[in-house]
Design a protein around this ligand. Sequence first.
Ligand code: IPE
Ligand code: IPE
Ligand code: MG
Length: 252
Amino acid sequence: MSLFKPRAPVVPAIPRHIAVVMDGNGRWANRRLMPRFFGHKHGVDALVRTVQACADRGVEYLTVFAFSSENWKRPEEEVSGLMSLVLVAVSNYLRKLASEGVRIRIVGDRSKVSDKVRAAWDEAEAVTRHNTRITLSVAFNYGGRWDIVQACRRAIEAGVPAEALTEARLGEFMAMAYAPDPDLFIRTGGEVRISNFLLWQTAYAELHFTDCLWPDFDEAELDRAIAAYAQRDRRFGGVKPSPAAVAAANDA
Ligand code: IPE
Ligand code: IPE
Ligand code: MG
C-alpha cells in the first residue's frame, strides 16, 4: 500500500488573484493620536508595497477596496481628504508603478466622482494599459450590489434575452470580467465581514482575516495569508477522491 506517498499540493502555492479589503487606517491613526487622514496616507504606502510584493511572488491580479459606495456616509472632511489623496497618490506613484510593469484598472461607479478624480483614474489606466506584469484593480466608489445591478442593466441594454442570461453571460458584464475570480480574499483591520466588496466574484474565494491594521500590512503579513491559502482544500462543491481510492490508483 502506498498511503504515505506525498500528496500533490492541494492548491497552487501562489494565488493568481488576491482581493484585499484595506481596512483599519482610521484606527491606526487614532492609536497615534493623529487625524484619520494620516492613516489613509500611510495606507497608500502600504498599497504600493503590497503591489510590489505581489508582483514579486507571481500574483497576476491584485484587487483592492479603496472606497466603497457606502463610504460617502463619512464626514465630508474625510471624504474630500480621500478624494484629494487619489490625486496625490496618482501624481506620486503612477510613474513608478508604470515603470515596474503594473497595469492599473479602476472598478466602480465613476459617474459620481469629480472630474479631477476621474481624470486621474483615466490617466492611470491609459499610462499603464500595455503593462503585463501584474494587474492592480482599484475598487473606487465600488459596491458588490452596484456591480450586479450595473451588469444586469448592461445585459438588458445589449438585448440579451432572459432565457440566454446564464451566469457566464451575466459574468461578461460584471466590472471585473477581464480577470479570473479572486482565489484569496484578505481583510485587514480585524472585522470579519465582506462590506459589499466583490459579492459575485468571491463565491469561491478563500477568506483570510487578520487583525493587522492596513498601514502595517507588509510582506510578512502577505506571506502568512498566502501560506494559509496554500493549506486550504478547495473543492468548489465537489469531493476529493478518498485516500483509499488515491492509494489504489497509485498502486495500479
Ligand atoms: C479603510 O480604513 C479605508 C477606507 C474605508 C477608505 P478605515 O477608514 O475604514 O479605518 P477604520 O476601519 O476606521 O480603522
Ligand atoms: C470597507 O471598509 C471599505 C474599504 C476598505 C474601502 P469599511 O471600514 O468602510 O467597512 P465597515 O463600515 O467596517 O463595514
Ligand atoms: Mg473601516
